[in-house]
Design a binder for this molecule. Structure first.
Ligand code: C5P
Length: 223
């Protein structure tokens, strides 16, 4: 499928287990774009901060810990991976129950978010450096805060039973509704559907149909 000749940014937001990651990966694979999972960034920060013995509170200990954290990027195929203090955390470590339980509390803190803001914006430079024609970034605030000027902005949602069934299928313990409540209720960069986003019900469409729909939108915008 074709894509615009210029560099494009696709923002995909949504609550927990709405199918963001599978969709974003599928779209990136189809279009040859760089895939960036910002949930993994917050999970990696959470795992690192927990390891440093830091509590999810806005205090000096947090500020000092954040100062010690150095972020870099490795590109594996079309997937950008966060390197934190020289190490790429394993996917399984990012999905541990203690990380699931603490990630939204850390993600609600303004200093944690600001420490990732420039890093996430800089992923366009990573994609360009690898001569890729665009970037698909998934998260909670991509269309609202990180790339409010993205070329394409989507917001995924699904009914709760579909989302619980998805996590159960993955064999995961996850606090889906608790995380959504915290993510939507926080002061800094809450989970919202931006006005300009296209909403997609991933409970009503299967994964292939969602990926097709997004890729069609991009193809139709191609000059
Ligand atoms: O996408 P995932 O469920 O892995 O995200 C884990 C957590 O990271 C979310 O529940 C949210 O607290 C936080 N997050 C965020 N902003 C993003 C991406 C994730 O606050 N852009």
């Amino acid at each position: 499928m074709s894509h615009p000749t210029g560099f494009s940014v696709i923002a995909i937001d949504g609550g927990a287990a709405t199918g963001k990651s599978s969709t974003a990966r599928g779209v990136a694979d189809r279009l040859g774009f760089l895939h960036v999972d910002t949930g993994a960034h917050y999970r990696a920060m959470t795992a690192a901060l927990l390891k440093m013995g830091v509590q999810p509170l806005e205090n000096t200990a947090l500020a000092e810990a954040l100062e010690q954290i150095k972020l870099e990027t490795a590109v594996d195929g079309l997937h950008a991976k966060l390197i934190i203090n020289g190490k790429t955390p394993k996917g399984t470590d990012l999905r541990l129950p203690e990380v699931n339980a603490a990630v939204s509390a850390f993600a609600a803190l303004a200093p944690v978010r600001s420490s990732l803001f420039a890093y996430q914006r800089s992923q366009t430079a990573v994609a360009r450096h690898h001569k890729l024609p665009g970037l698909v970034m998934e998260g909670r605030d991509i269309g609202s805060v990180i790339f409010p000027d993205a070329n394409f902005t989507f917001f995924l949602f699904a009914d709760e039973s579909t989302r619980i069934a998805r996590r159960a299928q993955e064999g995961q313990t996850d606090q889906i509704s608790e995380r959504d409540k915290m993510d939507s209720g926080r002061k800094t960069a809450p989970l919202i559907c931006p006005d300009h986003a296209e909403r997609i019900d991933t409970g009503a469409l299967d994964l292939a149909a969602v990926i097709n729909h997004i890729c069609e939108r991009v193809a139709h915008a191609a000059p």
